[in-house]
Write a protein that binds this ligand. Structure first.
Ligand code: MEV
Length: 313
């Protein structure tokens, strides 16, 4: 019997999270060090789902899989196939609730696996629309940046309702991602910012705009070998995110430690209130040293990684 596979990497928000929900730009980068692989196989009967925490019919999947369940149903509808005779196995190395786009990666890999199984052609737009069904369920009002970055090979410049742009780096940039250990709830964090915006529209709007400006400067820094400027922008964005109430003690502790160990900048990444930080290292050796120090300092997981620049420039 045939098996089809759909894979997806994860994503990081470099700068602009939360503000992007309210129309500001954000920069996100594909993060290939963790990802999801979904396989689809024939099995007679109803659609079965197999994950690390649930094995059973799609129709009785737990709350946490409802977004994916809807996404599967809509994808089958889209390709005119009945919801039967399939087992869908989802294997993920992305820790959930850590700002790494786990839910969006699962959705993208599931949709890809179904299209592959039925040997059906699809556009990027089909893929994003179907995956966003699951994201809307998981996040309430997602900006769409997660699913988009997960289907991209290059850093993404993203503004809601604008054409997407990709950023060309002038140089290599070395980062460390470190997990604070606490699970964050993106939906709640996004709602809390919306709540603040209602209570103090002027003040919060200014903060979101400021994040937008910092994001513009960060783009220039990426394009013009400006790693010190980029670091400064990350630090400034973190101040605004703290003022928006989406950072927490565990994140702040790792961020301050990373800076004290020579990081050029550090901030939370993704929804916040738990999850991961991203720190800009001085160079490759420093990124490995910093990762090791963060791990000893108590980070639950660390990933040093490089964003490769276009060497011809
Ligand atoms: C989550 O990775 C990024 C947020 O800005 C939410 C979103 O854009 O949908 C917090």
């Amino acid at each position: 019997e045939k098996t089809a596979i759909g894979i997806a990497h994860s994503k990081l928000i470099l700068i602009g999270e939360h503000a992007v929900v309210h129309g500001q730009p954000a920069i996100a980068i594909p993060f290939p060090l963790v990802g999801v692989e979904t396989s689809v196989e024939y099995i007679p009967g109803s659609v079965m789902i197999d994950t690390t925490f649930y094995h059973g019919p799609l129709s009785t999947a737990p709350e946490s899989l409802q977004g994916i369940a809807q996404c599967i149903q809509e994808t089958l509808k889209h390709i005119n196939m009945p919801a039967e005779d399939l087992v869908i196995r989802i294997k993920s190395s992305i820790p959930p609730g850590k700002g790494l786009g786990s839910s969006a990666s699962v959705a993208i890999s599931v949709v890809r696996s179904l299209f592959a199984y039925f040997e059906e052609d699809y556009t990027d737009e089909d893929l994003l629309t179907l995956a966003n069904i699951s994201e809307t369920f998981a996040h309430g009002a997602p900006s769409g940046i997660d699913t988009l970055t997960i289907t991209s090979q290059s850093p993404v410049w993203y503004e809601k309702e604008h054409p997407i742009d990709f950023i060309e780096l002038s140089d290599d940039f070395h980062f460390v991602v470190a997990d604070s250990g606490r699970i964050g709830d993106t939906r709640m964090a996004v709602e809390s910012v919306a709540q603040l915006l209602k209570m103090a529209p002027k003040r919060i709007h200014r903060k979101l705009e400021r994040i937008g400006q910092l994001t513009h400067h960060a783009k220039q820094a990426l394009e013009k070998k400006g790693k010190h400027i980029l670091g400064h922008m990350l630090n400034e964005a973190q101040k605004e995110l703290e003022a928006l109430g989406v950072s927490d003690a565990g994140l702040n502790r790792l961020i301050h430690f990373a800076r004290s160990e020579g990081a050029l900048g550090a901030k939370l990444t993704g929804g916040g209130n738990g999850g991961c930080i991203i720190a800009l290292a001085q160079n490759e050796v420093h990124s490995r040293q910093l990762a090791e120090k963060l791990r000893k300092f108590g980070a639950h997981a660390v990933w040093p990684f490089v964003l490769k620049g276009n060497q011809e420039k």
